[in-house]
Write a protein that binds this ligand. Structure first.
Ligand code: HSE
Length: 400
């Protein structure tokens, strides 16, 4: 009998409960016949009307000190006390699974090392891409590759907002309110629309790919708040779409360039067709080339399904650490913005001849007084210097 606890009974926690109850026979068959028994749900709130109210506790120590509990799902979110709780549980020899991207991105290297020292697992499949399998595939199925690039639509809320604005003419505010009502959005919507959520997720993926901790504070991050409907329409005329992209380039010199920004994507890219709350992550390996992972990136049951899968994995590998690890390096591993080159999608209040005098253009989208164009590839400093000669309305990196 595998006894488990859930910490946090919010959107994801209640989804974990629902899946454990709904699919108990299926879960048993995936743990070589061992039933998964839910013993505690930790939450500071009262749930007196809950049909299994006896499961609820407000005392973390009850879970920590119960030797029967071997796996704990931390789905409370935030850094504190999630960090302290997770650390104590791992040190006590309990496995922990989580959807908490902030915690994994901030303390992942330390918590993974503690898990390894204690021969247990810290699993975080649900922290990136909701229900999409991405952490295990990267760590296991793609392990023969050097991962060279990751480009992903990593935030369901912003993808939903952009899609609803374009397809259904909803205002930014209405689309955001819908995302909140559907349980996609973070408590503080700035985390979604300013790109911070995607920033933590790309930091996790880049750390996993490189084996070195990528500090999310060093990732240049821009959200979607400055994107207008005119930008989106113009991108469409240029045979492209605008998406919030989490991007990481693992460079040959061992450094990692990572950024989060709205980017222009050609309609020919599979990422361009990823709409609504869906996420997709394109991973490029030196042997496998491009692999794309697609699915629901947010929402109660989608995210909970990844947490429950990790619970089962912990039950099956109860006495062995799976060696998912990345480490802090002495020297900063983050590459500078001029270590990479991008083409730029630009809208400006300039004529074609003014544009041509300032920057090398690959193709024009519109050629009137408000010209729109795609530049040749260049470093960010060069782009800044050249485009400063123009009256720019919008300039976005092109995902090549
Ligand atoms: N707010 C997040 C999103 C939830 O919209 O993608 C899933 O991490």
């Amino acid at each position: 009998m595998a006894k488990v606890a859930i910490m946090g009974y919010g959107t994801v926690g209640s989804g974990v409960y629902e899946i454990i109850r709904r699919n108990s026979e299926k879960l048993r068959s995936n743990t070589y016949g061992e039933p998964v028994e839910l013993k505690y749900i930790l939450d500071i709130r009262d749930f007196d009307d809950h049909p299994e109210k006896e499961l609820f506790t407000k005392e973390f120590d009850e879970i920590l000190n119960d030797e029967e509990v071997t796996v704990v799902a931390e789905v409370m979110g935030g850094l504190h006390p999630a960090y302290e709780f997770t650390k104590s549980l791992l040190q006590k020899g309990k496995n922990v699974t989580t959807s908490n991207k902030e915690l994994v991105a901030t303390y992942g290297s330390e918590l993974l090392a503690i898990a390894r020292e204690n021969n247990v697992n810290y699993m975080f499949e649900a922290s990136v891409g909701g229900g999409i399998p991405i952490i295990h595939p990267m760590h296991q199925c793609l392990v023969a590759n050097n991962i060279t690039r990751i480009a992903g639509i990593l935030n369901g809320t912003t993808n939903y907002i952009l899609y609803q604005m374009i397809e259904n003419g909803k205002s930014f505010e209405t689309a955001l309110a819908d995302a909140q009502a559907n349980g996609f959005a973070e408590k503080n919507p700035a985390a979604d629309v300013e790109g911070f959520d995607a920033c933590r997720k790309i930091a996790i993926l880049a750390s996993l790919a490189s084996g070195k901790e990528i500090n999310y504070n060093n990732i240049e991050t821009k959200g979607i708040t400055e994107i207008t409907l005119d930008d989106v329409v113009c991108a469409g005329e240029g045979n492209g779409v605008i998406k919030l992209i989490g991007y990481a380039d693992m460079l040959e010199n061992g450094k990692v360039y990572a950024t989060v920004a709205p980017m222009f994507i050609s309609k020919g890219s599979p990422l361009a067709a990823v709409n609504d709350v869906f996420n997709a992550i394109m991973v490029t390996g030196d042997c496998v080339d491009d692999v794309m992972f697609y699915g629901k990136g947010a929402g109660k049951l989608a995210t909970a399904s990844a947490v429950v899968a990790d619970i089962l994995d912990c039950v099956r590998h109860r006495n062995s650490n799976k060696n998912i690890i990345w480490t802090k390096t002495e020297e900063p591993v983050e590459a500078g913005r001029d270590d990479v080159s991008f083409a730029y999608f630009v809208r400006s209040n300039n004529s074609v001849s003014e544009v041509n005098a300032a920057v090398k253009v690959d193709r024009f989208i519109t050629e009137d007084d408000k010209s729109a164009f795609i530049t040749d590839k260049m470093t960010e400093s060069e782009a800044e210097e050249r485009l400063s000669k123009l009256d720019i309305i919008t300039s976005l990196k092109v995902l090549g």
